[in-house]
Design a protein around this ligand. Structure first.
Ligand SMILES: CC(=O)N[C@H]1[C@@H](OP(=O)(O)OP(=O)(O)OC[C@H]2O[C@@H](n3ccc(=O)[nH]c3=O)[C@H](O)[C@@H]2O)O[C@H](CO)[C@@H](O)[C@@H]1O[C@H](C)C(=O)N[C@@H](C)C(=O)N[C@H](CCC(=O)O)C(=O)O
Ligand SMILES: Nc1ncnc2c1ncn2[C@@H]1O[C@H](COP(=O)(O)OP(=O)(O)OP(=O)(O)O)[C@@H](O)[C@H]1O
Length: 487
């Protein structure tokens, strides 16, 4: 049990009814999970309003309620606390409840449209290899040093974040690398966390269903930098036109990285091959197993961050060359017929273009590129025709298929993707709704030396259709089909 007064420390209260000098069991923001003596926080969400469930929470045993508006009926013996923002209160209370765990380790936030998982996962790998106890909060998984936890978000809710940071404290973790999504910032999931540094990778088209305008999306990302403390570092990619915008109002120490512009950390790509690339970072050559210009940026961000966190430059370079690719990011398989299948999580126009650019620069002859791609349902619709355009323009054949249609009609999503195809590319496209069938067709069409790109789902091991998730793993499926192919 914890004192409600202590948990509320730092939360700005606009009204109180009842006593805050009570003890509560745990914090809950979903009435369905409330237990005896909990404090329930009512959050105004995108689908419903937590204020509707206050009575339900009390009937299940809640002893205290935190809300943005006092309910009409006040129940005797229950403490009600009114706050400006339920989301902000949740984050500060979660941090207090777990004894402010972000203060006991070095927390680095990574934000940007693409590259968050790659940069955070590789920083985790690098610091592990350097001998530290490390934590990771990413789209793929949460790691408390060597222990893996499942996750359903890029940036989880504030309770989940602080609970895992607390576990990291117990395990003696010194550094934690955490993806910070724009949804996470907007919903204040990271409010109250003490960051040692923040990294900005890039900003392109995504999530315009949620943020409405690109400026709003950019300004949301910028909040991570605006809120950094003075002693923290802010490291941004200034080849991206928003790299300097992120630094505009921060109090933190400012650092930049770039391949093209003048910056604190600079790199050059000397050689690019299928199995790796040779980079020159700060004057020294280093071999990276991860290929493509975008990974040169990722390696440079990792180099800069590791240096700012105190590692020696030469040690960082040695460790960079040992880093392994992240699951579902340019993960490839070469069949006995020498057909190459690449599974990549590219699910934004920019990421798709980058991966196809990389594949095209690696082509040595007249091998064909066959792209299998779709777009998720219930998410930013405006990127669908753009991705249709890129896939059909940059591949010899583009097969449009389902990604995770979620609750949308798959055929409607496919029509929206097709709408971006220019008349001269129409003959290059096929539409096959069933993803396994689409992958199979790509394998049947491919000849020796051809390259198949399966984009959009990367590491995911399920497909969500009409709200139901079934097992589905792009890499496993393409590998099986190619191994059983009789050409
Ligand atoms: C749009 C969005 O981000 N929604 C998130 C939000 O839920 P919401 O606002 O829809 O909540 P709601 O369903 O309206 O409910 C409002 C409140 O009432 C409560 N409630 C509801 C029903 C009930 O019976 N009782 C009850 O108390 C809910 O627990 C909630 O506190 O808050 C929830 C709790 O933190 C999140 O799980 C949920 O993420 C949904 C599932 C989601 O899909 N989010 C995605 C878009 C997301 O966050 N993605 C980003 C970025 C990924 C990327 O970069 O690609 C991420 O960080 O993962
Ligand atoms: N620095 C980068 N710039 C542009 N594209 C990148 C970069 N790094 C990775 N990508 C591409 O974007 C895809 C997604 O990469 P990654 O998972 O690291 O991004 P993310 O920001 O974590 O995305 P999400 O938040 O949706 O999980 C990769 O599979 C690759 O195609």
């Amino acid at each position: 049990m914890k004192s409600l007064k202590d948990i509320l420390f730092g939360v700005s209260l606009t009204a109180v009814s009842g006593s805050t000098s009570v003890s509560v069991n745990k914090i809950c923001f979903d009435s369905r999970l409330v237990g005896a003596e909990d404090v329930f926080i009512a959050i105004r969400g995108t689908l419903t309003d937590g204020h509707k469930y206050i009575e339900k929470a009390i009937s299940l045993g809640a002893k205290a309620i935190v809300c943005e508006e006092m309910p009409d009926t006040i129940v005797d013996g229950i403490t009600y606390v009114e706050v400006d923002s339920g989301n902000k209160a949740l984050a500060i209370m979660a941090s207090n409840y777990y004894d402010n765990p972000s203060k006991n380790l070095k927390l680095v936030g990574i934000t940007g449209t693409n590259g968050k998982t790659t940069v955070s996962s590789l920083l985790y790998q690098l610091f592990k290899k350097a001998g530290f106890k490390v934590g990771l909060i990413s789209t793929i998984k949460i790691m408390v040093d060597d222990k893996t936890y499942k996750t359903s978000h890029t940036t989880p809710d504030a309770l989940t974040i602080n609970e895992h940071l607390h576990l990291m404290n117990i395990a003696g973790v010194e550094y934690c690398f955490m993806e910070v999504s724009s949804h996470g910032i907007h919903q204040k999931r990271t409010e109250g966390l003490v960051f040692e540094g923040a990294i900005f990778t890039n900003l392109t088209h995504d999530h315009l269903d949620y943020h409405k305008t690109f400026a709003e999306y950019r300004d949301t990302k910028k909040i991570l930098f605006d809120n950094l403390p003075k002693k923290a570092f802010a490291l941004t990619n200034i080849d991206d036109k928003n790299g300097l915008v992120m630094l505009q109002n921060t109090k933190a120490r400012k650092f930049t990285y770039a391949l093209k512009s003048y910056a604190d950390y600079r790199a050059q790509i000397l050689e690019n091959q299928f199995n790796g690339q040779l980079l020159k970072i700060d004057g020294d050559e280093v071999w990276s197993k991860l290929i493509g210009d975008f990974n040169a940026y990722n390696m440079l961000a990792i180099y800069g961050a590791a240096h700012l966190l105190g590692l020696e430059k030469l040690e960082i370079l040695r460790l960079l060359s040992e880093l392994e690719n992240v699951d579902g990011r340019f993960q490839y398989f070469i069949s006995k017929e020498r057909i190459t299948a690449i599974v990549d999580y590219a699910h934004t126009p920019d990421a798709l273009k980058n991966v196809l650019d990389t594949i095209n620069t690696l082509r040595t002859g007249n091998e064909n590129v066959i792209t299998v791609v779709g777009c998720g349902g219930d998410r930013d619709k405006s990127k669908r025709p753009v991705m249709g355009h890129i896939a059909s323009e940059m591949s010899n054949t583009a097969i449009f298929t389902s990604d995770n249609p979620r609750t949308e009609q798959p055929e409607v999503i496919l029509e929206e993707i097709e709408a971006g195809v220019e008349p001269q590319n129409v003959r290059k496209i096929l539409t096959i709704e069933n993803r396994e069938q689409a992958i199979k067709t790509a394998c049947q069409l491919a000849q020796s030396n051809d390259i198949i790109l399966i984009a959009g789902k990367g590491h995911e091991t399920y497909q969500e259709i009409k709200g139901v998730r079934t097992d589905f793993d792009d890499y496993e499926i393409v590998q099986k089909i190619l191994m059983n192919l009789n050409k």
